[in-house]
Design a protein around this ligand. Structure first.
Ligand SMILES: O=P(O)(O)O[C@H]1O[C@H](CO)[C@@H](O)[C@H]1O
Ligand SMILES: O=c1cc[nH]c(=O)[nH]1
Length: 253
């Protein structure tokens, strides 16, 4: 069995997994896997930590992507080489629409391509759009957990600071391209910022793979730049419960 370049995994170890749950943070992987049946650690290299678990007779791989498009593209490519066809991202996010509160959940239907990696898979005219079945499974999973998710467009940026127009930084400098971008996205109805969905959606939509994305809101940037600590802890367990239930819905369907 040949091992892929970065993830230190091969087909045998994935035991036929066709669905992957992909958080950014390696620390979140074990916590997600523990919600599956028979969780077991697989590998840990660079930002890529992976576990395997089961939903009934179907294996599910949980693998962190690290932060941003380049490492996400590696995780998704290598998992696809090993037979995975459906990718559910679970992450954290900063809301930009007034009225979205820390602790709430956003299901992304499409992403503004503020990344670089997505253009390595399709030209900029190509939409970074989520798979419909993945999106509806995530929304159904939210509703069965008693949550009312926000659904819509996410700005997905290569950088956390200038690309998301943050001025509370070492230099306080934001290049011209991003000055005023927060207000522009907000006025266009964009819900939030994160850093992986543009790459994930574009590379999946362009290659016949399915992808969805759910994120827990850490902060509303109209109010503060400081995450709400209580909401942060709560929203992680909420969103990982949602993504595991969505996986169950997709595998049962
Ligand atoms: O919580 P994760 O999945 O890492 O997602 C968000 O958090 C990181 C930035 O703090 C970026 O990866 C962003 O997309
Ligand atoms: O504001 C935020 C919070 C989490 N992740 C992001 O990318 N931006």
């Amino acid at each position: 069995m040949s091992t892929v370049f970065h993830l230190d995994l091969d087909r045998e170890r994935l035991q036929g997994a066709e669905l992957a749950i992909i958080p950014g943070d390696p620390a979140r992987v074990e916590r997600i896997a523990q919600l599956l049946d028979r969780p077991e650690p697989l590998a840990s290299t660079r930002e890529f930590t992976s576990w395997l678990g089961w939903i009934g007779e179907r294996s599910v791989v949980v693998c962190s992507t690290g932060i941003g498009g380049p490492s996400t593209s590696i995780a998704v490519e290598e998992l696809a080489q090993l037979g995975v066809r459906t990718f559910l991202r679970v992450g954290t996010t900063g809301a930009i629409q007034p009225g979205i509160r820390p602790g709430e959940v956003i299901v992304t239907t499409g992403a503004v391509r503020l990344d670089g990696a997505s253009s390595h898979f399709a030209p900029m005219e190509f939409p970074a759009v989520a798979d419909f079945a993945c999106t509806t499974a995530l929304v159904e999973a939210c509703r069965s957990a008693g949550l009312d998710p926000h659904t819509g467009i996410t700005a997905s940026s290569d950088t956390f600071y200038p690309g998301q127009e943050r001025y509370d930084t070492y230099s306080g400098r934001v290049v011209k391209r991003f000055q005023g971008s927060f207000e522009e996205w907000r006025s266009l109805g964009v819900l939030n910022y994160e850093m992986e969905s543009a790459t994930l959606f574009t590379m999946c939509a362009a290659q016949g793979l399915r992808a969805g994305c759910v994120a827990g809101v850490l902060v509303n940037r109209n109010d503060t730049e400081t995450p709400d600590e209580a909401a942060s802890a709560a929203v992680e367990s909420t969103s990982i419960g949602v993504v595991v239930e969505a996986a169950r819905i997709l595998l049962d369907g």
